[in-house]
Design a protein around this ligand. Structure first.
Ligand SMILES: NC(=O)c1ccc[n+]([C@@H]2O[C@H](COP(=O)([O-])OP(=O)(O)OC[C@H]3O[C@@H](n4cnc5c(N)ncnc54)[C@H](O)[C@@H]3O)[C@@H](O)[C@H]2O)c1
Length: 296
C-alpha cells in the first residue's frame, strides 16, 4: 500500500466515467460529482429515465470489449461499480459472479489503460473479509487486479469497501438496529466514494478505504453490553432504553471494528451510527417512523 498525503480536490472539469451508473450507488453518486464540478460520462447496460441530464451516456457491457472505449473517451477517472452481490448467490452461478465481478473488472481496467485512463475508484466490499463465499472471493481477486494494474501499468486506485447499504424496508429494525451491526448509512458511503474520486484524481498510489459506520461502542463497553445490553445502550446513548423497548429491538453485542483503512488519507468522517439514530428517532411519533421509506 502506498500512502500519499491528502491533497486538495481535483479542479473543475475533471471527467469521471461511472460504469454500472444506473444502480443504487451510481444514482446517488452522479449528482454529487456533478455538483462538485466534475464532468460525467455514465455507462451501464442501458439507459433509464431519471439519470442526471447534464451527463453523457454511453452503453457498455463491461464483460465485452465494444462500448467500453467509447465510454472512456476523454475520461480522467474511472469509477467501476458493476457486480453481482452476496444476495445474488442464491440464484446466480459462481461462473456468473466470476464473469461480471472478475472478468468485467479485468476487461474494464484493460480498456482504461488502452484509453489512457490511469485513475480508478473500484467498489470492493466488507465482504472482502468473507473470502470463503463467492462474492467476497471476487472482491479479493478484484483488489488484486487493481494492485497488478498499479504495478504493471501505473494506475492509481482506491478500493472502497462499504458495509451494507441495501434499501431498507423497516426504518427501525433494518436501518436503526442495523447501524449497530453490518449496515452503513448510504450518504456516508457516497461521501467515501466522492472523497476517493477527489483523492485519486490528484494523488498516485493504491489505497483501501473501509466505508463503514463509526463504532457506536468501544471495546471497553462490550463486557457491560454482553451482561446488560439495554442498560449499557441507555448509559451510552440516553433514551436508547425507551427506543429499544418501543420497537422490540434485539441488540445483542455489536462488533467493534478496529479497521479504519484509508480514513485519514482521504479525510473520511462517517457521521451516522446507532447513537445518532437514537437521537433522531426519539423525537418522532410511531406514525412518523412507520411513514419512513427508503428513498433509494
Ligand atoms: N449496495 C450495497 O450494499 C453494497 C455494499 C458493498 C459493496 N457494494 C458494491 O458496490 C458496487 C455497486 O453496488 P450497487 O448497490 O450500486 O449495485 P446495483 O446492483 O444497484 O447496480 C449495479 C449496476 O451495474 C449494472 N450492470 C450489471 N451488469 C453489467 C454489465 N455486464 N455491464 C455494465 N453494467 C452492468 C446494472 O445494470 C446496475 O445498474 C458493487 O460492486 C457492489 O459489490 C455494494
Amino acid at each position: 500500500m502506498i500512502h500519499v498525503n491528502q491533497s486538495p480536490p481535483a479542479p473543475n472539469g475533471t471527467r469521471v466515467v461511472i460504469t454500472g451508473a444506473v444502480g443504487n450507488i451510481g444514482r446517488g453518486l452522479a449528482p454529487r460529482l456533478l455538483a462538485a464540478g466534475y464532468e460525467l460520462t455514465l455507462s451501464d447496460l442501458k439507459t433509464v429515465d431519471g439519470l442526471v441530464a447534464e451527463a453523457r451516456f454511453a452503453a457498455a457491457d463491461v464483460r465485452m470489449e465494444e462500448g467500453l472505449q467509447t465510454a472512456m473517451v476523454d475520461a480522467d477517472v474511472l469509477v467501476h461499480l458493476p457486480a453481482l452481490h452476496g444476495i445474488h448467490a442464491v440464484d446466480h452461478t459462481e461462473t456468473e459472479f466470476w464473469e461480471l465481478n472478475v472478468n468485467g473488472t479485468f476487461r474494464t481496467l484493460q480498456a482504461a489503460i488502452t484509453a489512457g485512463v490511469r485513475k480508478v475508484v473500484w467498489l470492493s466490499s466488507q465482504a472482502w473479509h468473507e473470502s470463503n463465499g463467492v462474492y467476497g472471493f471476487t472482491k479479493v481477486i478484484g483488489e488484486q487486479l487493481l494492485e497488478y494494474h498499479r504495478r504493471r501499468h501505473g494506475i492509481s486506485y482506491v478500493a472502497v469497501r462499504p458495509a451494507s447499504l441495501v434499501p431498507w424496508t423497516d426504518w427501525a429494525r433494518d436501518y436503526g438496529r442495523g447501524l449497530l451491526y453490518e449496515r452503513v448509512d448510504r450518504d456516508d458511503v457516497l461521501d467515501a466514494i466522492q472523497l476517493s474520486v477527489d483523492w485519486v484524481a490528484v494523488n498516485d498510489g493504491g489505497l483501501v478505504l473501509d466505508a463503514h459506520h463509526p463504532d457506536a461502542v468501544q471495546a471497553d463497553d462490550l463486557r457491560d453490553w454482553r451482561h446488560d445490553p439495554v442498560g449499557t445502550a441507555d448509559r451510552l446513548f440516553p433514551g436508547a432504553r425507551a427506543v429499544v423497548e418501543r420497537f422490540g429491538l434485539d441488540i445483542s453485542a455489536p462488533p467493534v471494528r478496529p479497521r479504519k483503512l484509508g480514513w485519514t488519507e482521504v479525510g473520511y468522517v462517517p457521521s451516522r451510527n446507532f447513537g445518532t439514530w437514537i437521537k433522531e428517532v426519539a423525537g418522532l411519533s410511531d406514525d412518523q417512523v412507520r411513514a419512513r421509506t427508503s428513498d433509494y
